[in-house]
Design a protein. Sequence first.
Lengths: 480, 476
Amino acid sequence: MESFQLTANKLKEEYKNNKIKPQDTVRALFKHIDEVEPKVKAFAHLDQNEIANNVGANGRSPLQLSGIPVAIKDNICVKDQLTTCASKILAGFKPPYDATVIEKLKNAGAILFGKTNMDEFAFGSSCENSCYYPTRNPWDTSRIPGGSSGGSAAAVAADETIMALGSDTGGSIRQPAGLCGVVGLKPTYGRVSRYGLIAFASSLDQIGPITKDVSDSALLMNVISGHDERDTTSADVAVPDYTKSLVKDVKGLKIGVPKEYFVEGIDPEVKTAIEKSIKVLTGLGAKCEEVSLPHTEYAVSVYYIVATAEASSNLGRFDGIRYGYRADENKSMISMVAATRGEGFGQEAKRRIILGTFALSSGYYDAYYLKAQKVRTLIKNDFDQAFRKFDCIITPTSPTAAFKIGEKVSDPLSMYLSDIFTISVNLAGIPAMSVPCGFTKNNLPIGMQIMAKPFDEETIFRVAFTYEQNTQWHLQKPKL
Amino acid sequence: MKYYSIIGLEVHLELNTKSKAFCGCSTQFGNAANSQTCPVCLGMPGSLPVLNRTALSFALKAALALNCRISNFTKFDRKNYFYPDLPKSYQISQYDKPLSHHGWLDIEMGDSVKRIGITRVHQEEDTGKLLHKEGEPSSLIDFNRSGIPLLEIVSEPDMNSPQEAYEYLTQLKAILEYLDVSDCSMEKGSLRCDANISISDDPKKLGTKTEIKNLNSFKAVRSALEYESARQIKVLESGQGMVQETRLWDDNKGKTLPMRSKEEAHDYRYFPEPDLVPFTFDDKEIESVKKSLPELPAQRRKRFVKDYALSEYDAKVLTQDKALADYFQECAKNYNNPKAITNWLLSDIAAIMNTKLAGIKELNLSPLALADMLKMIDANVLSGKMAKDVLIQMIDTGKTAKDIVEQKGLKQISDDKTIIEAADKVLKENPKAVEDFKSGKEQAIVFLVGQLMRHTKGKANPALANKILKERLGAM
């Protein structure tokens, strides 16, 4: 295998044994990117010269991520580097500060490896809502990679980076990870600082790792997790060493399988893959039972009220006055702001801003936002209840494998439904991971979602690692 | 027909914490534009607010001093609207769960005391400041003020005259100054006030109200309310319906004028601020803040009456201005005639403060210096009249009374010998007046004392001059 195809953990070994240097990895990646990136379009911004100039470490330093390239979703602020959320309205925006996770990556010796493409402001499930270009699924470039962290997932799947960071508000890490055949973790709300993550829905957003395997996920989580004084919603809860959870043992583990997740609309191939995967785990000594999460059917509705309401407020600041794009319109302050927002935001952003503004309007607040928050509590209670009996819950990550580019663009509702299995996790604030668990007849990856109770990423790592060590799915590579 | 005014006031107060409400930037006033900003108070994407607990404890102090009930559970909300001075496009404020509510404040109208309800006291953040240059097509924004903690203090519509509103503001300001939670300066904009007023012919029924903005002094509040109440009565009597609107006070014209209605049509779309977790005050914390409250104006006033035997009126005037009351106390430590101190503070010194538009602290007159001057009067070194001039010079030059007296030779003549000499000279020069006195015209003595003062250039001790003149006349 070539260096750019290795996992971070393998690469660390190679560095340690002096077999290769980070410069070699970066050079190999650039060469590979030159070949495949025109087909995948995973990156929004990638300045190869700047990266090459900044590869200083020889990889032998004891830092956790010395010399490991990590691609960053374009909604995470990197000081003096373009950070645009794949939106025209942030054209040219270079933040004068690093997100907390970026500081942590820098301190851990990582090589910041470009900004990955995404749905504008993380609004979408297909990476088609980018102001630049749609990203393509490395397994079939006529298909979407999922979204909104589609660029990060595609870059990892196509070996265009070693690791990547994504963000997940309703499935934006797990769904593309599932559709691209890589590992994506949405940590517990509050596990990772949101400082410097350009907000979509503040009460749902979390940054998390997208990696080639479960071990790399644990490695990256060790670096980015923890309380941050600059984010009061980050939890002051001790961070365990996640690599210690990488054990092959699920004996006696209780797995719940929610019946509400195996309903009409789910692709039979997906269903079969999940059932087989559960058998692998029960074969290793886990116990599996059906569980009910009775309020699941309301999750999508609740989500599209809470998330759009918060987004409508979070996106108000993009007015052309202080940074980013400004329309060439100066009749009055109001008309300048209106024109800037009219020209700067894409269709989906406008749709969500309008939805959210409506949901918060006086006279509608109680019927929409307030009611949604109440139902959100019921959804959370479902999980609390379930985790009293089960150690983890397993579901498909998505109801289908990757769909065709353009297939759902004109039907937002069916697009929204592709997140039907991932949304509840954000509403409940719990952690969940998507791991590769099979392929369709068309050779498209299928993802399995493993959920656990708040701050119990360790159980997820244990189950995912055990599963991975007993299967071969994660070793498959797309042919590009 | 009799009309009733119904007035409620909304006061915004900048808290004088060292750093801003949700970031570590300095709150200092008057520095270079945008020199006290960071990603948080500039509302840069990805930045997050972190609550300044000191600001919250200041707010708690104010709420307790205003007799409010404290909410054990409270949270922040976003108030959404677009304006260039609001960089996040929302203000972090408090909506349905303010940190305190149901307070009150007593005001005095003549001999009676009236209790004004306080609906709520909550915390929020200030906006930036727009700078418009005459003739320029664009405006500039200074974000130094953005994110400074504000208190919003909303009264019940319990005031029934502009004077009551004026009294309320005076009392409120006094209390807040005692707490030392704000500069309370309307000039610097650290205290701002909007007024709501409606007129009704039935005291139990609220009329259609107007909100008045752009009020830059307590006097402006009173004048605007007087104008607005008269205007509303005229509108009612003309049979036209009142329009609920926001009006701007024009201090120069002495009028309120309607604001363009477009600017006030807001739906703020309040919702809980997801970036800040709700917080609670436990009863212990509330109790400890309550115990740490300083003496407030009403208490101090009672103490001044009791300890210094001041009149109710004098004590009220002194204690309404914390700096003045502190000054009085300091002075009284060094000079044991509180009544005399009060007289000087409330007459001559008050007049000087008025002309100079300065507070007692800015006067360049230490309490000790004033005490020493008063002692010189008692010791007959200065006459009351001389002291008035000396006081002005003390304030102008910063010198002590003693220095001024010595340098200018102003010392009062109180030795018998010099005055006897002067008296004999005066009696000799004015035989007519002497004659008059002897024939029973007691008034003649006044003329003679005047002549003696002229001879001594006003430096003779008047009482002594009087006494000696009478003695010499008696001996003639």
